[in-house]
Design a protein. Structure first.
Ligand code: MSP
Length: 597
């Protein structure tokens, strides 16, 4: 199956190769989300999510895990929209970026052959992501044969379109960031001996002067096509300030890009096809991983490629939003459908770095705070537009208040044997909580705040979906948390523990209060699945919600209130299996390991 957007992009790619694209007044739209808009893509449609692939020069830290969890939550939310169908139609890749000068130098410094360093560290990432419940369908390593074949094919496609030429490259190169820098982006910092050393003004990493004959990609030709792509697709890069930033970059000079290095200097990489004296630039190599995963250049990739959503950190925006779309257009393919950008984690106000010894080990965070707890923390506190600060007291405070006390306490209150001796989902009494407050009869007990609760929770799934579409997952969680608070307020207000099942006056209202609270909990559990999968499973199992009733399509909140039958009414609750989320032990010192090497 070939999607029209690929065809359009291919036409444009061919036009670019013919040198026509910059002059044509009207051209096909690329990767437009179409009239449905990004928010309403058909749930059965395919979706392909990616994380960046991670450098293997050092062990993973919490920032890496955050990148992967954001993509995981997006993907899990997507699958929930049509469980079964959507799960089969979803792909999600992650992996490791193993070539390049950075890895070559790290291996030399560790006294290891590069392949051995790659095997070790790649395995650490794989283990971490498995332990953290990252539900990827593919883990790619750029040292795999399938990837080498894809990169060499991609290179040949660029060359066939006349977009590569050999020329002298002279300028600064930053091995840590694996990028070339113009003089204006280089500053001087005192080195170990106090003498001024050139560093990247943005990252602070050291840079070296390089002068080499390399293959060069005609990036400068793509300024206008890139601008058009972004103009036609205002949601291509989310959140919006990052799209604006890319458009600003496109106002500036866009010089051609060196895409190979001399193999005598860089041997750890993929050789240029037909010219072993050159090694392909690691960023070109790395970016093609997204194509390799979906089977490029085989026919299969065509049905997945137009559905691609990349999750990336802000530091790699230029590579993904300028170089990558230009390379894709150059090779006759469409730019990514969406690029979701996030900011970084600092630790107690400082950038994480090996030299500061403050790199937080994510595995020990998973041990200490539990997988669901740490996932919740990172996604609840991580704001895509700004950097966020990590410190342990913040984790403990958030998890105790929102998961242990508010959510766990609510579940406990509504299911405890004392409150709910029959252990069932109680009946809802429509006369106690009539649909129209104005038409309330004498047995009506619900007040204005109760109606506000019902409308807040009824609107919650849409609000959460919109927040996911805008890549504001923290806002989705904030909205859930606010509704949890409101529900606790509802229970507190009506104090069901003061009502008696024995009293014919109290019992219908008591049942209704519990029914409403359990319905709210069912919605919260369903919506929390992408972020806290095990905790949500525990919650939904306790409510007696079966595996086939956990999708977003089946969510219908409080149907009895709207005059419809409720499948849960009278159902036996699931077995009691202990606290939903135990409070973290405050008395024990918070011992989360930091990497010191
Ligand atoms: N290998 C490249 C990506 C190639 S993708 C074709 C790379 N690797 S990385 O290991 O340095 O970074 C991987 C991801 O982790 C990036 O999205 C980066 O922004 C993210 N993070 C690195 N440090 C981070 C924090 N301190 N906080 C949050 N995310 C961070 O770049």
């Amino acid at each position: 199956m070939v999607f029209p957007r690929v065809c359009a992009a291919r036409r444009l790619g061919r036009a670019v190769a013919r040198g026509l694209s910059l002059r044509e007044p009207s051209r096909p739209r690329l990767c437009s989300s179409g009239p449905r808009g990004a928010r309403d893509e058909a749930p059965e449609a395919r979706a392909y999510f990616t994380t960046p692939i991670f450098y293997v020069n050092a062990a993973p830290h919490i920032g890496h895990l955050y990148s992967a969890l954001l993509a995981d939550a997006l993907c899990r939310h997507r699958r929930l929209r049509a469980p079964g169908a959507a799960a089969a139609a979803t792909r999600f890749s992650t992996g490791t970026d193993e070539h390049g000068l950075k890895i070559q130098q790290a291996a030399a410094a560790a006294g290891l052959p590069p392949a051995e360093l790659c095997d070790r560290v790649s395995a650490q990432f794989r283990r971490l992501f498995r332990d953290a419940g990252v539900s990827s369908t593919d883990f790619i390593r750029t040292t795999e044969a399938r990837h080498r074949a894809a990169v060499q094919h991609f290179w040949a496609a660029l060359r066939a379109r006349g977009l590569l030429y050999k020329g002298l490259y002279e300028g600064w190169y930053c091995a840590s960031d694996e990028c070339f820098l113009p003089e204006a982006k280089v500053s001087r910092q005192p080195g170990p001996a106090g003498d001024p050393c050139p560093v990247s003004a943005e990252s602070g990493h050291p840079v070296c002067w390089t002068k080499e004959e390399n293959y060069i990609f005609r990036l400068s030709r793509f300024r206008e096509p890139l601008r058009r792509w972004l103009r036609d697709n205002p949601q291509a890069i989310t959140p919006e300030p990052f799209q604006r930033k890319v458009l600003q970059w496109l106002e500036e000079d866009l010089p051609d890009l060196s895409v190979s290095r001399k193999s005598s200097h860089l041997h750890w990489g993929i050789p240029v096809p037909g010219d072993d004296s050159q090694t392909i630039y690691v960023w070109l190599d790395a970016l093609v991983n997204y194509l390799t995963v979906v089977g490029y250049p085989g026919a299969e990739f065509e049905s997945w490629w137009p559905t691609t959503s990349h999750v990336i950190g802000k530091d790699i925006l230029k590579f993904h939003a300028i170089y990558w779309p230009a390379l894709l257009l150059g090779a006759g393919l469409s730019p990514p459908h969406r690029i979701y950008v996030h900011s970084h984690w600092t630790v107690r106000g400082q950038k994480m770095s090996k030299s500061l010894g403050n790199v937080v080990d994510p595995s020990s965070c998973l041990d200490r705070y539990t997988v669901d707890g740490f996932r919740y923390f990172l996604l609840r506190q991580g704001v895509p537009n700004w950097d966020c600060d990590y410190y342990e007291e913040k984790v403990v405070k958030l998890l105790d208040s929102e998961l242990a006390d508010a959510l766990g306490g609510l579940l406990n209150r509504c299911t405890a044997q004392r409150m709910n001796p029959s252990g069932t989902y109680p009946a809802f009494c429509a006369t106690c909580f009539p649909r129209e407050p104005g038409l309330a009869g004498p047995s009506a007990r619900a007040g204005a705040e109760d109606y506000a609760l019902v409308s807040a929770v009824a609107a919650l799934p849409r609000q959460v979906a919109d927040n996911y579409a805008d890549f504001q997952i923290y806002k989705a969680l904030e909205a859930v948390s606010s509704c949890v608070r409101q529900t606790n307020g509802f229970v507190q207000r009506h104090a069901p523990w003061k009502l008696s099942w024995e009293s014919p006056v109290d019992a219908p209202w008591l049942g209704t209060v519990l029914h409403v609270a359990l319905e709210c909990l069912r919605i919260f559990g369903t919506l929390l699945q992408p972020v806290t999968p095990s905790l949500a499973d525990k919650l939904l199992s306790r409510l007696g919600v079966s595996a086939t009733e956990r999708g977003l399509g089946e969510l219908a909140f409080l149907p009895r209130f709207y005059g419809h039958p409720c499948p849960f009414e009278g159902r036996k609750l699931g077995p009691e299996t202990g606290l939903l989320f135990p409070r973290l032990d405050q008395s024990r010192a918070c011992l989360v390991k930091v990497h010191r090497t």
